[in-house]
Design a binder for this molecule. Structure first.
Ligand code: HEM
Length: 502
């Protein structure tokens, strides 16, 4: 289907999911939580008031059919359920009871006002796999342990450190865009992944991983598969060829992190601004995390810190190509703010529209499309019972594309995030970084990085879609474009980078 350029009315015809979602086994762990999970489930006595939902999925054949349907198109599957049952429905898969919601009030309650009643999931295979791979890092830990870890890691994301990271972000972007030849077609998804990976390597770990990029990328792909692949739903005792590869990759990634930590702890690295250096300084001091824990955190940040930002950029670039007016406006802002010089940390407040463009890109394509919690005690959500041990899935994707909270939801309108308009957003209706105490620790980092990258790209090149329909989406742990080929044209900022700055 051809996506009309710049026409809002016709844009409404765009299906909620632009083209068939690539079949993805990566969704399986979420289903597997139900297949093999130990949730307290719907047998719980005294649970009288649950949202409506389909009959329980129990026998092995229906379990597999269910898994395959969800796996084929998880977001479309949820949409069908919402259309049938309303804003919140109950899913009963084997032993596990899950409430799935798209309502902002529920999301706000889940993450913010009643956030203390919930945990990062501890039951189910998805949760076990995450811990096996990332250890007890910030993404998966809970309770006092998580609180202590967050307190120790948080300072490395403070403004003074961010300022130091900005220069590297711009320099690495520049180095990459200079390789793009006008008229050539580039794989934007892979370019953005490579760029954000090298930025994370440098500013978080203090390492220039550009020369090892293909190895690190290959490791990261296998690494993602290790808790998304089919082998992750098989019992641990069952042999599977993917297991050996996973074990090898996991060992490689841990060795990589250990090497980084050694360099910082022993003073071999002179990059004293990077996040790992800041953290490694604390090793051995009273109350500070252990070395092994530092490795888990480093691995978590390396993993969480590049893929989401990369997808946000890829989606935004494809949306800009489909909305030339917004692209021109962005170009004008970049020219007037930067006037042909390199972007810096101090330019961020003035790059207001650039930030709005990114916010709108993440509204339409939230890289983290769902948030999952487990009830740590019996509680309620939107007036429904949520028994201890059951799961709640909040669909960020569906909340952010709902016409009740975002008029003309499929239209690309960055102005929704202009300061006055943004104040009217309903709490819980726009949460690409989550909310509450577990809000993304890298939110400011990611926004800064994506804004600097977008402004620098504007000074160098215009990217146009080879296939004007835009990319198909693959929803697994993150929402990724399946493939994004774009043609390189001249800079769209009227004042491109001066030769001196380049
Ligand atoms: C556009 C980019 C990003 C998006 C959309 C994003 C999204 C999210 C979301 C939705 C959560 C909350 C998950 C939940 O509540 O279950 C989260 C948590 C987290 N993110 Fe991000 N993230 C991004 C970039 C980053 C970066 C750059 C880093 C690190 C450098 C990072 C590290 C983390 C960590 C460690 C957590 C867990 C925090 C905790 O529970 O204390 N993220 N992210």
């Amino acid at each position: 289907m051809t996506v009309p350029r710049g026409s809002e009315a016709k844009f409404e015809n765009l299906p909620v999911f632009p083209s068939s979602c690539k079949k993805s086994l990566n969704w399986w762990p979420f289903v597997a939580g139900g297949l093999f999970g130990r949730g307290r489930g719907w047998y719980t006595w005294g649970v009288t008031h649950l949202p409506p939902g389909p009959p329980a999925v129990k026998n092995p054949v229906s379990l597999l059919l269910f898994a395959s349907r969800v796996g084929r198109d998880p977001i479309g599957f949820q949409r069908g359920r919402f259309e049938r049952y309303g804003d919140i429905y109950t899913s009963r898969v084997n032993q596990l009871l899950t409430l799935v919601t798209r309502h902002p009030d529920h999301i706000q309650q889940l993450l913010v006002t009643d956030g203390d009643s919930y945990l990062k999931p501890e039951l189910g295979i998805g949760a076990a796999e995450l811990r096996r791979v990332l250890g007890n890092g910030l993404l998966s830990s809970n309770g006092d342990f998580w609180r202590q870890q967050r307190r120790q890691v948080q300072p490395a994301f403070g403004a003074s450190h961010l300022r130091a990271y900005a220069e590297t972000m711009v320099a690495y972007t520049l180095e990459r865009v200079h390789r793009w030849r006008p008229g050539s077609v580039i794989d934007v998804k892979s370019e953005m992944m490579g760029l954000t990976l090298s930025v994370v390597g440098k500013v978080l770990m203090g390492k220039d991983v550009r020369s090892q990029q293909s190895e690190v990328e290959a490791a990261m792909i296998a690494f993602r598969r290790s808790f998304g692949g089919v082998s992750s739903v098989l019992p641990r005792w069952m042999p599977h060829p993917a297991r050996r590869r996973e074990a090898r990759v996991l060992a490689q990634m841990r060795a990589l992190m250990d090497g980084f930590i050694d360099d910082h702890a022993s003073g071999r690295s002179d990059d004293d601004e990077c996040l790992l250096h800041v953290l490694a300084r604390g090793l051995g001091s009273d109350g500070f995390m252990s070395r092994e824990q530092l490795r888990d955190e480093a691995l978590t940040l390396f993993f969480a810190g590049h893929e989401t930002t990369s997808h946000a950029l890829s989606w935004t670039l494809s949306l800009l190509a489909q909305n030339p007016e917004a692209r021109s406006k962005l170009g004008r802002e970049v020219s007037s703010v930067l006037g042909g010089r390199l972007a810096s940390f101090d330019d961020l407040p003035a790059l207001e529209y650039t930030g709005q463009v990114l916010s709108e890109g993440m509204r339409l394509y939230p890289p983290a499309h769902t948030v999952l919690r487990e009830a740590g005690r019996d509680t309620t959500l939107g007036g429904y019972d949520v028994p201890k041990g059951s799961h709640v899935v909040a669909s960020i994707f569906h909340a952010q594309r709902d016409a009740r909270w975002h008029p003309a939801p499929l239209a690309f309108r960055p102005e929704r995030f202009a300061p006055e308009a943004a104040k009217t957003l309903r709490p819980g209706s726009y949460v690409p970084f989550g909310a509450g105490t577990r809000v993304c620790i890298g939110k400011r980092f990611a926004l800064m990085e994506a804004t600097l990258i977008l402004a620098t790209l504007a000074q160098h090149a215009t990217l146009d879609l080879v296939d004007p329909r835009g990319p198909a989406a693959n929803a697994s742990i993150t929402l990724a474009p399946v493939e994004l080929s774009m043609r390189v044209g001249p800079a769209f900022a009227s004042k491109p980078l001066s030769a001196l700055a380049g």
